[in-house]
Design a protein around this ligand. Structure first.
Ligand code: HAM
Length: 428
């Protein structure tokens, strides 16, 4: 009986060594993922961040209160009810709310100074899949929580992002920067915005008309072509900031200038989550990502901890989409992750010797694959080629007798005769 094959869920994919996948499916190449995650970890280490791992499932209420119910992210959540008690849970659509929940739950406000967390993990949103947009996607991100809202916090994070992008070989990015004010100045801006939008409403798209009622700030973010002429001359939030927000924004820009970090002011940048106050930003890639070219999104969220039932806390952070980073990496930075040595053998004595030699080499830190299938020499070497081994070693009776081995460099086919000690030296 033939059975139908079961494939991955729409908008999700396997990540595996690139030799098993199509060259153009860069987002699935394991080497690229590892490079992004390794580079991110190194950036976080250098800037003094500690890791946090929160669960993938949380109570739905966390995100309802966290990201807001009138947001796209809220609508796109994967939710389900537990069988036993009917509790409604959600797969995390983002990690900021979860990290703030953890900060509250573990009383981290009792610790002096800023708590600087980073995370690397999968997020889930039921979006319409397309290139650069998936239903399960990876994020690396940071959240800085504590009592200070000094803009030096933001400036240092932008410096770290700069290092991260340069080290990953991604040169062409633009930092879009805005301030969305706070509870003092935003209501006045929203009132002014609604007033100006009032007579334009009939010309705007359905989404804008809905947002005008539910979340007027988000009208600014509309990408629909026909809306643009009506949105360009709206009031700018940065012209209406209260004194404290204005000072914060001015200071942040001065810190960025001091560090030589370029940015573009983008007064219509409001972001798709409700928790932001003051600084909001995105980093746009200039490469091959099409419409899904936002690599990083983030900002300040000073009231979020209180919304989640915690103490008064200031917060700032970002999340970077791993797929979009992965697809932006230049070919030159990708390192092949293949074993250093493949060992083939001829005969029973050589087999036993090969296994012992492999163990000694592995104990010395060398990555070794031995032919476990007892193949004929030619086939064994074809395997060595296939897995991309850097060197291969053939062991037969002569090699055993002389205790010298022929080491073959698989890239240029050059051979040299080596002792075991020399072998270890070369491979390490
Ligand atoms: P976000 O803008 O929703 O912000 O997502 C951040 C980044 O995640 C995006 O810029 C994009 O690179 C990636 N991303 C989002 N959705 C998808 C998707 N469906 N497929 C592929 N990549 C995607 C947040 O998540 C906030 N938690 C960021 C933050 C942290 N704000 C403060 N702290």
């Amino acid at each position: 009986m033939s059975r139908t094959e079961i494939k991955t869920v729409e908008g999700t994919f396997d990540i595996l060594p690139s030799r098993f996948t199509k060259p153009e499916d860069k987002h699935t190449h394991l080497e690229r993922w590892n490079l992004v995650e390794r580079t991110a970890r190194e950036a976080f280490r250098r800037y003094g961040f500690e890791e946090i791992r929160t669960p993938i499932i949380e109570k739905l209420e966390l995100f309802e209160r966290g990201v807001g119910t009138e947001t796209d992210v809220h609508k796109e959540m994967f939710t389900f009810q537990t069988k036993e008690d009917g509790e409604v849970l959600a797969l995390r659509p983002e990690s900021t709310a979860a990290v703030v929940r953890a900060y509250i739950q573990h009383y981290l406000s009792n610790y002096a100074g800023l708590v600087k967390f980073f995370y690397i993990g999968a997020q889930f949103r039921h979006e319409r899949p397309q290139k650069g947009r998936y239903r399960q996607f990876g994020q690396v991100g940071v959240e800085i929580l504590g009592q200070s809202d000094n803009p030096a916090i933001e400036a240092e994070v932008f410096e770290m992002l700069d290092w991260f992008f340069k080290t990953a070989g991604i040169a062409a990015t633009t930092l879009l920067l805005n301030s969305v004010g706070d509870e003092n100045c935003r209501p006045g801006f929203i009132a002014a915005l609604k007033e100006r939008l009032g007579d334009k409403l009939p010309h705007l798209c359905q989404n804008c008309r809905r947002r005008y009622e539910t979340n007027p700030l988000r009208v600014l973010d509309c990408k629909v072509e026909s809306c643009q002429p009506y949105l360009n001359d709206l009031p700018k939030i940065t012209d209406m900031l209260c004194e404290a927000c204005d000072t914060h924004f001015t200071q942040l820009r001065a810190y960025l200038d001091e560090r030589g970090i370029a940015y573009t002011l983008q007064p219509r940048l409001v972001r798709g989550l409700d928790y932001y106050t003051r600084t909001a930003f995105e980093i746009i890639g200039l490469s091959n990502l099409g419409s899904q070219n936002t690599l990083v999104g983030g900002g300040r969220y000073d009231g979020l901890a209180e919304i989640l039932g915690g103490p008064k806390t200031k917060g700032f952070g970002f999340a970077c989409g791993i797929e979009r980073m992965v697809m932006s990496l230049p070919e030159s930075v990708i390192e092949q992750e293949s074993p250093s040595l493949f060992i083939a053998y001829i005969g029973e004595a050589a087999r036993s010797y090969s296994f012992a030699l492999a163990r000694r080499l592995r104990n010395a830190g060398v990555s070794v694959v031995v032919d476990l299938e007892g193949r004929k020499l030619k086939k064994a070497l074809a395997v060595a080629d296939n897995i991309g081994a850097q060197y291969s070693l053939i062991i037969g009776d002569d090699e055993l007798a002389n205790e010298r081995f022929t080491l073959r460099d698989m890239r240029n086919s050059q051979q040299q005769s080596v002792t075991e000690a020399e072998l270890i030296e070369t491979l390490k």
